[in-house]
Write a protein that binds this ligand. Structure first.
Ligand code: 4AD
Ligand code: MG
Length: 476
């Protein structure tokens, strides 16, 4: 039985075996208390070793923080406070010892330190909680779409197209990079490469997702995504997971409604199914905040913040309206923004955070961005200046979702593709869907780690993915 299950049993001196890793051992000769955790729950089970048992002292000496053990004994009502049941140990088997150099000793470690020990940080309360929540969110996402009749479509990881047109891709090749074959003109001859063309890791499954949606009507992708942008921020990873629903017959308004309902559903799922882990993380954050000056403390505790997002409608406004608000804002007038504000700019995170955290104090959906700052595939508005884009902005996170209604007019799309400098030959298959049975459709991408960041209240995206990939870092 896993510890999660044992902790719910009614103690009646039944025999149980607990297998897990020792978190702490304390006590004297007469009685020793061992806290064991197996990752099934944030809670440890306490094993009590009394002097008059048949466990020999040599074995007990091997039971140290970090060791892996199996403890067999009777499940009894706990004598102490803090837990309902405990195991009266009768037998201890030590699977693996851990000496005092085991880095996860029971004390507070910095997140930086734990990142350097990513192979062992799973064994801390904080990371156990984070990765259980991450799992639950992934499960809720699949459940949400399945219940709503969406099909999970697996789009390729290796691709020859650059979906976002940003050109920040990781190349995939089997060439000897010191000596690739060259053409007569001296260029690298990709015809000789594994796929017979230049290929990269995907930045988005959207283009292929659209092909699926224009047949299956409702699809979603949920896969790894790669971006070689050199952004060393607390919000960017070079490898992250993205969820991309794509729906035929949806327009921008339907897309916004889906995004809102979807995000609220998965957060609600976490509130209902990860209560213990969230309570632990909330307490951890509150403890941390005590060390901060009053004005830097957050206004809401973690659970309150999550409930607030679940219970309140997201604010909807256009990019143009947002610019007007920013132009009238105090930080703009007092020149406190680092970046200038004018119609046409790509909003910086300071602007997004002002709108969400100061002005509206709730999640915001911004729509109808200038076409020049958005991807080629977005449907153009009648004014010729903006496109049917939508970004969902979250407190503390900034952009959590980016999406749009797609351009479904063949000629308009082709013109735009050429304008932005994409060779139509490279995405002939994408363009053909607008030639044969084109349909209005829309979709969006949710950055999974940004969602996990929001739900766990963590502050660095490197701490919500098991093994983060960031510039100059791919250790584990
Ligand atoms: O806004 P983005 O670039 O949109 C797309 O890729 C579209 N193809 C989505 C679609 O319409 N199907 O990325 C979507 C989301 C962002 O809002 C952000 O949450 C996340 O992906 N994201 C990142 N997360 C972590 N690290 C990065 N480097 C990220 N880049 C984007
Ligand atoms: Mg975006």
């Amino acid at each position: 039985m896993q510890i999660k299950e044992i902790l719910t049993q009614t103690p009646a001196e039944q025999e149980v075996t607990v297998k897990g890793w020792v978190r702490t051992k304390r006590g004297q000769a007469a009685v020793t208390f061992i806290a064991i955790n197996d990752g099934s729950t944030i809670h440890n089970i306490q094993a009590v070793v009394e002097g008059n048992n048949n466990i020999n002292e040599e074995t007990l000496k091997l039971v140290t923080t970090g060791a892996c053990v199996a403890v067999t004994g009777k499940l009894i009502a706990s004598q102490g406070s803090g837990q309902a049941v405990e195991v009266k140990a009768e037998k201890i088997e030590v699977y693996g010892t851990a000496d005092e150099t085991f880095p996860m000793q029971p004390k507070r470690h910095s997140m930086e330190f734990l990142r350097e020990k990513a192979h062992l940080r799973f064994r801390t309360n904080t990371f156990g909680a984070i990765f259980r929540i991450r799992h639950n969110l992934a499960f809720a996402i699949n459940k949400y779409f399945n219940d709503k009749g969406f099909f999970y479509l697996h789009t390729p990881i290796i691709t020859a197209s650059d979906a976002e047109g940003a050109g920040e891709m990781f190349h995939v090749t089997t060439f000897d990079i010191k000596n690739p074959p060259k053409t007569e003109t001296g260029d690298i001859d990709y015809k000789e490469d594994f796929f017979g063309r230049e290929t990269s890791l995907t930045v988005s499954g959207q283009l292929e997702g659209e092909l699926g949606a224009l047949a299956l009507s409702k699809i979603y992708t949920f896969g790894p995504t790669f971006r070689a942008e050199n952004s060393n921020t607390t919000r960017h990873l070079a490898e992250f997971w993205m969820i991309e629903p794509e729906v035929a017959f949806y327009e921008l308004e339907d897309n916004m409604a889906l995004a809102e309902d979807f995000v609220q559903y998965v957060i609600k799922y976490a509130l209902e199914n990860c209560a213990d882990d969230l309570a632990f993380l909330e307490k951890r954050l509150l403890d941390e905040e005590k060390n901060k000056p009053q004005n830097e403390r957050s206004e809401m505790a973690l659970l309150e913040k999550l409930r607030f997002v679940v219970d309140n409608q997201f604010e909807r406004l256009t990019y143009t309206e947002a610019i007007e608000i920013l132009l009238k804002s105090k930080p703009h007038k007092e020149k406190k923004f680092q970046y200038p504000v004018e119609w046409g700019i790509d909003l910086q995170s300071e602007h997004e955070r002002y709108l969400v955290e100061k002005h509206f104090k709730k999640p915001v959906i911004l729509t109808n961005y200038p076409r020049e700052i958005k991807a080629f595939y977005m449907k153009q508005d009648a004014d010729g200046k903006t496109v049917r884009a939508m970004d969902v902005l979250f407190p503390g996170i900034g952009e959590i979702i980016g999406g749009s209604q797609r351009e479904d007019d063949y000629e308009k799309l082709l013109t735009r593709v050429k304008e932005v400098g994409i060779d139509p030959e490279n995405i002939w298959w994408y363009l053909e869907t607008r030639k044969f049975g084109s349909a209005p459709h829309a979709g969006f991408g949710l950055g999974f780690e940004r969602l996990v960041l929001f739900v766990t209240g963590m502050t660095n995206i490197r701490d919500v993915i098991p093994f983060p990939r960031t510039p100059k870092s791919a250790e584990f």
